[in-house]
Design a protein around this ligand. Structure first.
Ligand code: NAD
Length: 491
């Protein structure tokens, strides 16, 4: 385990927990006894093991969720009572803030500062959705005098929530909106960051959410994830992860016409115009790629810069990035943490080689860092063309591709010339241009003179190969409920 001292709460968690599946309110190991290693990305050392589900555990978890939904133990609680449970969950998350953050750093390689932000976002999201059960309403459309028509909003049923590894403490974001709507949940966290889900499931029980309503299955995607998606008693799938897995999930879900929402990857552009506040733009554009070592779906990894300020802007970004301290998230002086795994480190190194071979120029970094753990230097490529692979494919590492442009139209064309459509940043002091950009850009979110702002009340999601469906705000409520029309004769 980490060389850094862990909080008492965290040591207690490791001393008392077995890391398994939560099924019908019980923590269980797999019948086969199979387990998977969990590595600390900062050291590359195995520090714990977690159960690996087969179809047996997946079926048990889905059956537990099904039963809890069908006997209405959660959705039939008075809305005010469901709100009280979710408020209690928010309080429990606050009380376990340090443990959540330690788990982020330990299993996810997240920097402490970023983790603190993510944990708070998770708490804010639970707080926000805790207010929804009493506010969910249907409608009564105008109708003929001989009938009364009600349109009722109902939970969907059993929701499978499949999460990636890059933000373990964001797990509440996947689960809590579904609970607010009265659904039952089976959560499958990433096999690389499985521990936060164990904690969340236990806190849900402590918050008086009945057993069977929140279940967790651990295991690899191709076995546990695939079995969950295929299971006939799963009604809806909320997936966050790569576009490749998203396509596979949608194809499998189509066999039973299951409702699917997909939050996928990106290759988000930052458009920097010559009239921008260059100091603020350079600092934020750098932070938007180095944050969590580039392993963020909204990483602004394509930086499009107006040609007449190109050299000056690159110089500023290099200056903001060249002396970053690379190290474990537990070290408060670290500014860039590790990648999640050896596989991810190899992938990033491969892309850096591809960029060199394609003819782009490295002006910063370009190498792995250190002898242990999965670290890579922050790397800036200039002389990038938008048809190069380093500009088209999601690298998910600390690698930035800088592309010059000569006109506003050209900037919009390059920005939209990508299969992804998650987000974009625009840096300009020209208000009209900012409005033109937000209309032209084919993405789910546009940030102007800022980046990566998230709020529980503001919808979030992608277009094109970045997915469909929206998270957060009332949009999650719409995604996770269905409408029923009831006609009643009063003749
Ligand atoms: P991934 O697609 O490899 O895995 C995501 C989850 O899917 C994991 O739990 C995995 O076990 C599971 N899975 C894998 N194969 C499966 C299958 N055949 N059936 C069912 N489940 C399966 O993604 P990752 O590498 O864990 O995460 C990185 C990706 O996630 C990046 O592409 C990133 O952009 C994306 N992401 C998107 C958002 C967003 O909100 N748009 C947020 C975070 C991450």
């Amino acid at each position: 385990m980490s060389a850094y001292p862990l909080a008492q709460q965290t040591r207690e968690f490791f001393r008392t927990q077995c890391f398994g599946h939560m099924i019908d309110g019980e923590m269980r190991q797999s019948a086969s006894g199979e387990t998977l290693p969990i590595y600390e990305p900062a050291t590359g050392l195995e520090f714990a093991r977690v159960a690996a589900a087969s179809r047996v555990e997946v079926n048990d978890a889905v059956q537990a969720a099904r039963k809890s939904f069908d006997d209405r133990r959660w959705r039939n609680l008075a809305p005010a009572q469901r709100e009280r449970c979710l408020r209690k969950l928010a309080q429990l998350l606050i009380a376990h803030r340090r443990l959540l953050s330690d788990l982020d750093v330990l299993e996810g390689g997240v920097l402490r500062a970023f983790s603190t932000f993510m944990v708070q976002l998770g708490i804010d999201i639970v707080d926000y959705y805790a207010g929804w059960p009493t506010k969910m309403a249907g409608s009564m459309p105008a109708s003929s005098p001989d009938v009364v028509v009600q349109v009722v909003r109902e939970p969907i049923g059993v929701v499978a929530v499949i999460m990636p590894w890059n933000g373990p403490s964001a797990v509440p974001l996947g689960v809590v909106p579904a609970l607010a709507c009265g659904n039952s949940v089976v959560l499958k966290p990433s096999e690389e960051t499985p521990l936060t889900a164990v904690l969340l499931a236990q806190l849900c029980l402590e918050a008086d959410i009945p057993p069977g309503v929140v279940n967790v299955v651990q295991g690899v995607g191709e076995i546990a994830g695939a079995a969950l998606v295929e299971h006939p008693d799963v009604d809806s799938i909320c997936f966050t992860g790569s576009a490749e897995t998203g396509r596979r999930i949608q194809a499998s879900a189509a066999a039973r016409l299951k409702k699917v929402s997909l939050e996928l990857g990106g290759k988000s552009p930052q458009l920097v115009f010559a009239d921008a506040d260059l100091e603020a733009a350079a600092a934020t554009c750098a932070a938007a790629v180095w944050g969590h070592s580039g392993q963020i779906c909204i990483a602004g990894s394509r930086v499009l810069v107006e040609r007449r300020i190109h050299d000056e802007f690159v110089r500023r970004m290099v200056a903001a990035s060249e002396n970053m301290r690379i190290g474990s998230g537990f070290d408060p002086s670290s500014q860039l943490g590790p990648l999640i795994s050896q596989t991810q480190l190899d992938r990033v190194s491969r892309y850096v080689d591809i960029g060199r071979t394609e003819g782009a120029r490295i002006v910063l970094g370009g190498q792995r860092h250190g002898g242990s753990g999965y670290f890579h230097e922050p790397t800036i490529f200039t002389e990038v063309r938008n048809d190069m692979r380093i500009a088209r494919e999601e690298i998910f590492g600390p690698v930035m591709a800088v592309i010059p442009f000569d006109s506003e139209d050209q900037a919009f064309t390059i920005a939209n010339d990508t299969e992804f459509g998650l987000a974009a940043g625009v840096w300009t002091r020209d208000l009209a241009r900012a409005h033109r950009a937000s209309r032209h850009l084919d993405v789910g979110t546009v940030w102007v003179n800022t980046y990566a702002r998230v709020d529980p009340g503001v919808p979030y999601g992608g277009v094109k190969q970045s997915g469909f469906g929206r998270n957060l705000g009332e949009h999650s409520i719409e995604e996770l409920t269905r409408l029923k029309s009831v006609w009643m004769s009063i003749a």
